[in-house]
Design a binder for this molecule. Structure first.
Ligand code: FES
Ligand SMILES: [Fe+2]
Length: 489
C-alpha cells in the first residue's frame, strides 16, 4: 500500500448533513489494490491441464480509490427520479431474445422504470422498439406479449398503427385536426442485437451498442450465444432497490456469509476482477477449488463431490465418479463436463480450457446486465426498477443452453414470473435445485439489505478495496450520466 497505516485505511463517516447533501463522499487517497494471501486466480489457471484463452488473464484496473456512498441513493425518491430521467433512457439494455419473436407481428412488452416499450418484429429483417403509449390519451397500447399481430390497436378509442409504427387508422380523424400537422408515428427507440439478444436504447443519439459491450462480442465468439436457446427464464420481484440487487451479484465476498454450502468448491477470496472498458467489469471465480476460508486441506475427491453435489452442475453418470490418482478435482471436473457436453452437441471440446467448463467468468455490463462466459451453459442477468418504486426491483435470470445434436432447436421457455414472496426454488426443476437455492439465498437477503440501508447510522455504504471495486465504478458511472443529463438541461 502507498500508505499502510491503520489511520489511512479508516473511512471517516459522513455527518448526516453531508450524506444528505452529497450523493458521493470521495476519499481521494489511492492505495495499491488489496489481494488475499491465497494463490491468485492466475496461479490456478496456470496449473490447469487444458489452458484457457488469454482473455481469462487479468486485465486493466483503474486506480484503486476508496469512496463512501450515501445509503440514501438506495431509497431516496429524488435520487431515483434522477435515474429515471437521466440513466435509464440513456443506456443499452436487453429487452428480449430474437428467438422469442421469430415471425412478423410477434412482440414482447418491456417495462422499465415507468417506461414501456413494445419490441416487435415488424418485417422479416427488422425489429422495432416502439414506445407503448397511445398518442391520443396515453393508454398503454399493447398490454402483454403476443404472436402474429397484424396491427397495433389501442383498445380505448381504436386508433391503430402498422407494425413499423406508422399510423394505420384513426376512427375520429374528422375531429382531430392537430394530426394533420403533427407526427402520427409512434416514437421509437434504437434497436441493436448481439448474441441473440435484442437490446434497446431510448436515446436516439446514443453511441452504438458495440461501444457499451466492449470486448464481449470478441471474447464470446467462442460460445456462440446467438445459437443457444433460452432454457430458463425467471423474472423475480425483490423488495430492494435495483442497485442493491445488482450489486449482490458483482462480488464473491458474500459467498462465505450467504452461500456457505459452496465453500468446498469455490475459490471465493481468490476471485479476479478487471475492467476492460467503462461499461464492462469482469469477475472470474474458480470452482472445483476449495475456498481459503476452509483452513484444512480437503481431499480432491471431496472437492469434486462438492462441485457436482452442489446441484449447480449436472452429471449424467449415476455411478460414483472417482478422481484419478494424481489428478486434481478441477481437471477431472472439467474433463467430465467436456465429455458430457460433447455427448449432447456432438462437438469436440478438446481445445476448450478447463476454466471454460468449471469457472464463473461473468461480464457485468453497466448499469444492470451480466453475461457468463463458458461452454457448458451461459447464465444472463438483468436488473431493473420495479415500475417507479425506488425500493423494489425485478431480477431476470436467463440460462442459455446449447442445442442438442439431434435437434430440432428447442423453443425458448416462457418467462416464469415470481412475485415478492414466491421463492426461486419454484424454478428448481428447470434451473437445477442447487442453483435455485443459491439464487433464493440472495433473494432472501436483499429485503434485509434494503431495510438496513434505511436504518444506517453512518449514512454510508463502504465498498471493499479490490473485490468491490466494480461497485464503486458502477456508482461513478451512474453519477456521470446524471451529471451529464443535468448539465444538458
Ligand atoms: S387513448 Fe388510445 S385511442 Fe384514445
Ligand atoms: Fe449470491
Amino acid at each position: 500500500m502507498l500508505d499502510g497505516s491503520a489511520e489511512a485505511l479508516m473511512l471517516r463517516p459522513l455527518s448526516k448533513q453531508q450524506s444528505e447533501e452529497k450523493t458521493v463522499a470521495r476519499q481521494s487517497t489511492l492505495y495499491e489494490p488489496s489481494r488475499h494471501s491465497a494463490q491468485s486466480y492466475e496461479d490456478i489457471l496456470a496449473s490447469d491441464l487444458v489452458p484457457s484463452p488469454d482473455f481469462y488473464r487479468e486485465g486493466e484496473n483503474p486506480p484503486a480509490e476508496l469512496e463512501s456512498y450515501a445509503t440514501s441513493r438506495y431509497y431516496d425518491p429524488a435520487f431515483f427520479q434522477k435515474e429515471v430521467k437521466y440513466l435509464w433512457p440513456k443506456v443499452w439494455i436487453w429487452a428480449c431474445r430474437e428467438e422469442e419473436i421469430p415471425n412478423v407481428g410477434d412482440h414482447m412488452v418491456f417495462d422499465i422504470a415507468g417506461y414501456s416499450l413494445l419490441i416487435i418484429r415488424s418485417s422479416d429483417n427488422e425489429i422495432k422498439a416502439l414506445h407503448n403509449s397511445c398518442l391520443h390519451r396515453g393508454r398503454q397500447i399493447i398490454e402483454c406479449d403476443g404472436k402474429g399481430a397484424k396491427a397495433l390497436r389501442c383498445p380505448f378509442h381504436g386508433m391503430a398503427w402498422n407494425l413499423d409504427g406508422s399510423l394505420k387508422f384513426n376512427p375520429f380523424a374528422w375531429d382531430a385536426p392537430q394530426w394533420d400537422e403533427q407526427e402520427t408515428r409512434l416514437p421509437e427507440a434504437l434497436v441493436s442485437t448481439w448474441g441473440g439478444f435484442v437490446f434497446i436504447n431510448m436515446d436516439l443519439s446514443a453511441a452504438p451498442l458495440e461501444d457499451t459491450l466492449g470486448p464481449i462480442p470478441d471474447h464470446f465468439s467462442r460460445y456462440d450465444l446467438e445459437n443457444r436457446y433460452k432454457a430458463v427464464h425467471v423474472s423475480k420481484k425483490i423488495r430492494a432497490n435495483w442497485k442493491a440487487s445488482t450489486e449482490a451479484f458483482m462480488e464473491t465476498h458474500h459467498v462465505v456469509g450467504t452461500h456457505p454450502q459452496g465453500l468446498a468448491m469455490t475459490a471465493d477470496s481468490n476471485t479476479q476482477y478487471d475492467h476492460p472498458s467503462e461499461y464492462v467489469g469482469r469477475q472470474i471465480c474458480a470452482h472445483a477449488v476449495q475456498s481459503p476460508h476452509i483452513s484444512e486441506e480437503l481431499a480432491q475427491q471431496d472437492i469434486f463431490d462438492a462441485f457436482f453435489g452442489s446441484g449447480q452442475h449436472d452429471v449424467d453418470d449415476e455411478s460414483k465418479l472417482i478422481v484419478p490418482d494424481g489428478m486434481s478435482a478441477r481437471a477431472y471436473a472439467a474433463h467430465v463436463m467436456r465429455t458430457q457436453l460433447s455427448s449432447i452437441t456432438g462437438e469436440d471440446y478438446s481445445h476448450a480450457g478447463d476454466a471454460e467448463f468449471t469457472d464463473s467468468l461473468m461480464y457485468n455490463v453497466a448499469p444492470a446486465m451480466s453475461f457468463w462466459a463458458g461452454f457448458y451453459q451461459n447464465i444472463v442477468y438483468r436488473f431493473r426498477p420495479n415500475g417507479t418504486d425506488p425500493e423494489t426491483s425485478i431480477m431476470d435470470i436467463v440460462i442459455l443452453r446449447p442445442v442438442p445434436k439431434d435437434g430440432p432447436r428447442p423453443d425458448p421457455v416462457p418467462i416464469m414470473h415470481l412475485d415478492f414472496d414466491e421463492p426461486v426454488t419454484l424454478a428448481g426443476a428447470t434451473m437445477g435445485e442447487g442453483l435455485a437455492v443459491v439464487f433464493e439465498q440472495d433473494a432472501v437477503n436483499l429485503p434485509w439489505v434494503q431495510k438496513g440501508l434505511r436504518a444506517s447510522r453512518t449514512g454510508t455504504v463502504e465498498f471493499t478495496h479490490y473485490q468491490e471495486m466494480r461497485l464503486r465504478l458502477h456508482h461513478r458511472l451512474i453519477d456521470r450520466l446524471i451529471e451529464e443529463g443535468e448539465a444538458e438541461k
